[in-house]
Design a protein around this ligand. Structure first.
Ligand code: PLP
Length: 218
C-alpha cells in the first residue's frame, strides 16, 4: 500500500457510508519508520503524524517543525506524567489521556507553556489487563476531572484486542462519544480503518499500510 492507496480507500469508505471525506483525518503512524520514508510522505503533502514515544518523537520531529510549520503531531502511546512537559512541548493532540493524575500534570504543563492541546481519552474497550486506557464505565469521572483541571477533551480513542472482531469495540466507542457529546473518535489501524470509518471514526491511525513494515517490528 501507499499513501495514495490509503487515501483512496478512505475516500471510498466515506462515500459508502455517506460521510464527508474531510471529516476523516489520516494520522500517519511514523513510529519506527526510517527518516527517508517520512520525508517522502511530507513531500507528498501528508501533515498529520502519530508517534507513540515522546523521546523518539522529539528527536525526529523537532528539526522538521521548522521546515513544515503546518505539521500536526498526535501522541498515540502511553504518557507518563514525568514526560508531560516534553509531550506538551512537541505534540498537538494527546490521544492517550488515561488517568486523573495525568490530566492534572498535562493541565499544569499547558498553563506553564501556554500551549493548550486537545486531548482524547483512551478507552480500554476490551478490558485487557496489558492495555492502557480507562474502562468504559470510568469515562464520565475522567471527563469530569479533566474538565475541572481545565483540559479540553474533544474525543475518545481505542485499540481493540488483536484477536477480536473490531466492530463491537468501534460501536461502543461511538456510543460513548455520542453520550458525552465528544466530536472526535480515533479508531482504526492498517487492518481495520475501513471498518472504523463505517462506525464514525474521525481519525484513523494507519502505520504499515502507509509506510510499509516497521523497522524492529515484532
Ligand atoms: C502502531 C500503532 C498504530 C498503527 O498500526 P498499523 O497496524 O501499522 O497501522 C495505530 N495505533 C497505535 C496506538 C499504534 O501504536
Amino acid at each position: 500500500m501507499t499513501l495514495t492507496a490509503v487515501r483512496t480507500t478512505i475516500a471510498a469508505a466515506c462515500t459508502a457510508h455517506q460521510r464527508q471525506v474531510d471529516d476523516v483525518t489520516l494520522v500517519a503512524v511514523s513510529k519506527q519508520q526510517p527518516d527517508d520514508r517520512i520525508r517522502s510522505l511530507l513531500e507528498q503533502g501528508q501533515r498529520v503524524f502519530g508517534e507513540n514515544r515522546v523521546q523518539e518523537a522529539t528527536a525526529r520531529w523537532s528539526p522538521l517543525r521548522a521546515d513544515y510549520p503546518d505539521l500536526r503531531l498526535h501522541l498515540i502511546g502511553h504518557l507518563q506524567t514525568n514526560k508531560a512537559a516534553a509531550a506538551v512541548a512537541l505534540f498537538d493532540v494527546i490521544e492517550t489521556l488515561d488517568s486523573e493524575r495525568l490530566a492534572l500534570a498535562l493541565a499544569a504543563e499547558m498553563k506553564k507553556q501556554s500551549r493548550f492541546l486537545p486531548c482524547f481519552i483512551q478507552v480500554n474497550t476490551g478490558g485487557e489487563a496489558q492495555k492502557d486506557g480507562v474502562a468504559p464505565a470510568e469515562v464520565p469521572a475522567l471527563l469530569q476531572a479533566a474538565h475541572a483541571a481545565g483540559l479540553s477533551v474533544t474525543g475518545l480513542m481505542c485499540i481493540p484486542p488483536a484477536d477480536d472482531l473490531p466492530d463491537m469495540h468501534f460501536a461502543l466507542l461511538h456510543k460513548l462519544a455520542r453520550t458525552h457529546a465528544l466530536p472526535h473518535l480515533s479508531m482504526g489501524m492498517s487492518g481495520d480503518y475501513k471498518i472504523a470509518i463505517s462506525y464514525g471514526a474521525t481519525h484513523v491511525r494507519v502505520g504499515s499500510a502507509v509506510f510499509g513494515d516497521r523497522e524492529n517490528s515484532i
